[in-house]
Design a protein around this ligand. Structure first.
Ligand SMILES: *[C@@H]1O[C@H](CO)[C@@H](O)[C@H](O)[C@H]1NC(C)=O
Ligand SMILES: *[C@@H]1O[C@H](CO)[C@@H](O)[C@H](O)[C@H]1NC(C)=O
Ligand SMILES: *[C@@H]1O[C@H](CO)[C@@H](O)[C@H](O)[C@H]1NC(C)=O
Ligand SMILES: *[C@@H]1O[C@H](CO)[C@@H](O)[C@H](O)[C@H]1NC(C)=O
Length: 466
């Protein structure tokens, strides 16, 4: 699959976004005063803005796109009108966090749609079927998932909804620090790994060498409880998770500045912050938001943090975080078979080695979406799959991407050595420094409900004294 096709699909998407009209916070004034300015309107930032308003604070939310919801995107199949969630697939039941959805007037009564698919195991490098690969039997898979869940639950308070109760260096359980491959061998749970990989862990990349605690963030207890039928994987009755963010947008109204990014700032301990925000529409109009507190709800990468003039003590912590870039999307091609899930599988995995997986850059799988006959989630070497007979039909048909989403930097982590040297404590010590707080997946797990509970714990500190 030539990458230029991906590039052009992204370009097309970007030009649609830029065409949207500007409105919001900076439309009326060049200078705005608020209690808290929130950067980023994904699951964490959008929830935080509502929480702050509900707790009597004034808020400004700065979002670079023209819509809220971040990785929660929806595509409406034009043939059937059916909404297809892209990226976030469901809200995993966690503590009382469904209350937020209910508070926004959206029901969590729906269930995630699991199509019953026939699995095909294909080496996406060559398009050849991996002959002889045998997936784990259900009984072994579920037993191993239960062992993994037991471990996640044993350490759950240390890891979720964030690292608030993470043990000091010297007291971190060895299970959390060991490479996940060692953890899998120690607990004899390789039968669980294909399921974890297909669900979320593929996004971590070289996950067998990553400290186990980060796998427990990427495939956390609430997700595994849902896989085992012990917790809900909820969606609204309409099926569209994005509905929530449409309600949040209505609620926040002109407190949101869309299509805009921070370009400069001053941050002080005593006098709060001011953030210069530039619009990507409106001829690059700028406005300045003065606030008592700044809440960063985007990935705190060096590029994203450039406008925030980090001190060495801050950048030294944030720049240690490693990430992998994750993409999600929908692909159309008539050669792909209805009712099929094509999983990217290494020939070395046959007949039953569940510890070897393709590394980035990789495509995880194609899943038939159980709707229009040629609509699949995601993409790879379709030409090769047709040539080898895995896919059936004309390789000449164009590959179409109705949706292609760049989820950016995900699955933040550091090495076990950094963890032993007190990294988590240093990361936590950034909270409140120079009137700045951090929410979002880089400080916890990337699941919406976990992010909301993380905010429930963090935000009382953010508003203390204002
Ligand atoms: C969702 O479930 C609750 C409780 O079971 C019920 O009261 C409510 O009417 C349901 N809402 C929808 C939209 O089905
Ligand atoms: C490991 O798990 C498999 C099932 O996945 C089981 O057949 C085997 O006996 C287990 N080995 C040990 C040493 O417990
Ligand atoms: C907005 O601010 C940026 C960074 O300070 C600056 O480069 C740009 O020229 C400003 N735009 C306008 C329209 O003043
Ligand atoms: C491929 O498609 C043809 C024509 O639609 C059909 O006869 C054949 O059985 C298909 N082969 C596979 C492997 O699906």
């Amino acid at each position: 699959m030539p990458s230029f096709k991906i590039q052009s699909a992204v370009g097309l998407l970007a030009s649609f976004l830029v065409a949207e009209a500007a409105a919001g916070l900076c439309a009326k004034a060049d200078t705005v005063e608020r209690d808290v300015v929130v950067i980023g309107g994904g699951a964490a930032g959008a929830h935080a803005a509502v929480w702050l308003r509900d707790h009597g604070k004034t808020v400004a939310l700065v979002e670079k796109k023209d819509t809220l919801g971040g990785h929660t995107a929806v595509y409406h199949d034009p043939a059937t009108g059916t909404p297809i969630n892209v990226g976030v697939q469901a809200w995993m039941e966690y503590k009382d966090t469904f209350d937020f959805v209910t508070r926004m007037g959206v029901s969590t009564n729906g269930s995630m749609h699991f199509a019953a698919l026939t699995s095909q195991y294909v080496d996406f490098q060559t398009g050849r079927p991996v002959d002889g690969y045998v997936a784990p039997a259900d009984a072994a898979k579920f037993a191993a998932l239960q062992v993994y869940l037991d471990a996640c639950e044993k350490y759950e308070d240390m890891l979720l909804p964030g690292f608030f109760k993470f043990p000091p260096p010297g007291q971190i359980p060895e299970d959390l620090l060991m490479p996940f491959g060692d953890f899998v061998a120690k607990h004899n749970i390789s039968a669980a790994v294909p399921q974890l990989w297909q669900s979320t862990v593929q996004g971590v990349g070289d996950f067998m060498h990553v400290p186990t605690m980060y796998i427990m963030q990427a495939s956390p207890a609430p997700m595994v409880r849902a896989l085992l039928g012990k917790g809900a994987a909820a969606v609204p009755p309409s099926g569209s998770l994005h509905e929530l963010y449409e309600r949040v947008a209505d609620f926040l109204g002109d407190d949101v500045q869309y299509s805009s990014q921070a370009v400069a700032s001053t941050r002080t301990e005593a006098d709060g912050v001011s953030v210069v925000v530039q619009s990507s529409v409106d001829d690059g109009k700028n406005c300045t938001i003065h606030a008592k507190r700044l809440l960063i709800a985007i990935e705190p990468t060096a590029a994203n943090m450039a406008p925030f003039d980090l001190e060495p003590a801050e950048s030294d912590v944030l720049n240690r975080l490693g990430y992998t870039t994750v993409y999600a999307g929908i692909v159309r091609h008539p050669a792909l078979k209805v009712g099929t899930s094509y999983g990217n599988t290494l020939p070395g995995a046959a007949p039953a080695d569940y510890t070897v997986y393709p590394l980035p850059a990789q495509v995880g799988r194609f899943d038939y979406l159980d709707m229009t006959s040629d609509m699949f989630s995601f993409t790879a070497t379709i030409e090769d799959m047709v040539a080898t007979g895995v896919a059936n039909g004309s390789a000449q048909a164009p590959v179409e991407f109705p949706v292609f989403a760049d989820h950016g930097m995900m699955h933040s982590r550091v090495s076990a050595e950094e963890l032993r040297a007190g990294f988590i404590q240093r990361q936590l010590s950034l909270q409140g420094r120079r009137s700045t707080w951090y929410t979002g997946a880089a400080f916890t797990s990337a699941f919406s409900t976990v992010l909301w509970e993380y905010n429930n714990v963090l935000l009382p500190d953010v508003i203390k004294g204002i």
